[in-house]
Ligand binder design. Structure first.
Ligand code: A2P
Length: 292
């Protein structure tokens, strides 16, 4: 009986499928899906269920981090999904204590063990932590992991222009920089640098954590005109600019909705209206003083 109920529930969870996201090409030729699943703040148990759901629906990019403490669940979800490993693009990130050449290797091996994988698609330095001034060494460690084939692509997260410049000065150019970015936080300074250097921009918290931004009347008006939800408009605004994004949802309906943003386009006027929502945010994390 229990088994029947479980398989029935499983069937219900997986009836909707969405076309996979298009791929973007990183500077080293590796291709990654343009939209994926963010897994913060899922625990292992929730990540195992939601990652499997997401992959069955059509997601092919999963974003996790050492700091989320859910890499074991992410790995379990990948195995449970029935989708083969080589069809899934897995991103993870490591914490400040690993900043260094050997540290990056130890962090990578620990993530591989927790994920139950033998390579990581994209490994990122989670925060620059300029107070300890070790992120250039951490990046040198990433370059070695890339050369050794333990990771397919490497990059940074939450790096500001000055942190990127330190890497550029050493001839280091990340494949991707993952930053907080949404219509309220446009991050034009960073996006311009990324474009000039061939760095892919990926957004975290793309839906503003599902808070007030999704109730913004400008976003709501555009959503209504397109017969879409505010979340789809915000995600479309991101992918239409070429950004990679990884919204979090644990709800199968919203998971499907969030991936389904490649079948409509925003007009130039819609894009300009969304661009106009940018505003200062004094509560935003500052990577010069915050990091783990
Ligand atoms: P839930 O997991 O219940 O769907 P972000 O990726 O910006 O951090 O946002 C994640 C938050 O937004 C979560 O609270 C999530 O809740 C919510 N969310 C995700 N997708 C949608 C959606 N399509 N519409 C409304 N809220 C959403």
């Amino acid at each position: 009986m229990g088994e029947t109920a479980a398989s029935q529930r499983n069937k219900e969870r997986t009836t909707v499928t969405v076309n996979p996201a298009p791929l973007v090409t990183l500077a080293n030729g590796v291709k990654m899906p343009q939209l994926g699943l963010g897994t913060w703040p899922m625990n292992d148990a929730e990540a195992a269920v939601t990652v499997a759901d997401a992959l069955r629906i059509g997601y092919r990019l999963i974003d996790t981090a050492e700091n989320y403490e859910n890499e074991r669940g992410v790995g379990e979800g990948i195995r449970k999904s029935g989708v083969s490993r080589d069809e899934v693009f897995v991103t993870t990130k490591f914490n400040r204590k690993w900043h260094g050449v050997e540290g990056a290797r130890a962090a990578c091996l620990a993530s591989l063990e927790r994920l139950g994988l033998d390579y990581i698609d994209l490994l990122l330095i989670h925060w620059p932590n300029p107070d300890q001034d070790r992120y250039v060494d951490a990046y040198a460690g990433l370059e070695r992991l890339l050369a050794d084939g333990l990771v397919r692509a490497i990059g940074t997260s939450n790096f500001k222009p000055a942190h990127l410049q330190r890497l550029f000065d050493q001839g280091m150019v990340p494949h991707l920089n993952q930053i907080q970015l949404d219509p309220y936080h446009r991050r034009d300074d960073l996006v311009a640098i990324h474009r000039a250097r061939g760095i892919v921009t990926e957004s975290w918290r793309p839906l503003g954590a599902g808070n007030d931004m999704l109730a913004d009347p400008v976003i709501g008006g555009i959503a209504e005109r397109h017969g879409r939800t505010p979340a789809q408009v915000v995600l479309r605004w991101q992918v239409q600019q070429g950004f990679v994004t990884a919204p979090k949802s644990s709800n199968p309906t919203r998971l499907a909705q969030n991936l389904d943003v490649f079948g409509f386009a925003l007009s130039d006027a819609d894009m300009a209206a969304l661009d106009g929502l940018d505003r200062p945010d004094p509560t935003m994390f500052d990577a010069d003083s915050f990091g783990h």
